[in-house]
Ligand binder design. Structure first.
Ligand SMILES: CC(C)(COP(=O)(O)OP(=O)(O)OC[C@H]1O[C@@H](n2cnc3c(N)ncnc32)[C@H](O)[C@@H]1OP(=O)(O)O)[C@@H](O)C(=O)NCCC(=O)NCCS
Length: 174
């Protein structure tokens, strides 16, 4: 099987580009209860849907933007989540997204991955501003964004989040 292209390695994690070989994992993650509750139902009802999503979402974004959602794996290559930058039409800067499988939460992995993604955004991609959006009920996500040094800006509505108002956060690099 083809290896995923590694983007970043941290003390406990490997962040790499998603490939269609990750469809089983994406199918599982995107149907997790908290994922659907807080991020939304992306309509990934089969492994085949997950393959199409990976192609049209992350892989398309790597080609267009030079960044996109990455697979998070432990150093032994076990996939545990996703983290990376997204570019939405409605927002003027990329926003950071993350999700971890339930069994691997609360161990600092999302924080470690997100810090690495923000660092990469500043150093390699030379971006100056990163946004984040989260539902107001998503305490774990809000706490994580604050820990990353992101600042609450305002409520916005975007169609990807079912058009329900969501909180917008921002971080600016100097
Ligand atoms: C949000 C999410 C990615 C956090 O992942 P995680 O790996 O558990 O987070 P970490 O262990 O790195 O936690 C980092 C910090 O976030 C905060 N945090 C994480 N989970 C929390 C929880 N359940 N309640 C309150 N704060 C929480 C804490 O401040 C934590 O720091 P601490 O461990 O020093 O207290 C995870 O809960 C998840 O996948 N949720 C479903 C998908 C989702 O909602 N994604 C975000 C959409 S905007």
């Amino acid at each position: 099987m083809m290896n995923n292209l590694e983007i970043i390695r941290t003390s406990h994690l490997i962040l790499s580009e998603l490939t269609i070989n990750d469809a089983n994992f994406i199918f599982k993650l995107y149907n997790d209860r908290d994922f659907i509750r807080y991020i939304g139902d992306k309509g990934i009802a089969s492994v085949q849907d997950a393959e199409s999503f990976i192609l049209q979402g992350p892989i398309n974004s790597y080609n267009i933007n030079n960044y996109g959602l990455c697979l998070i794996s432990l150093l032994d290559k076990k996939p545990i989540g996703i983290c990376g930058l997204l570019k939405r039409d409605k927002l003027d800067s990329p926003d950071i997204g993350f999700a971890i499988l339930p069994n691997f939460r609360k161990q600092g992995y999302a924080l470690e991955a997100s810090r690495a993604i923000l660092n990469d955004a500043r150093e390699r991609l030379q971006l100056t501003k990163i946004l984040a959006i989260t539902s107001s009920e998503n305490i774990a996500s809000i706490e994580l964004l604050l820990k990353l040094g992101m600042v609450y800006k305002k409520m916005i509505t975007i169609k990807e989040f079912d058009s329900k108002p969501v909180q917008l956060y921002s971080i600016q690099f100097n």
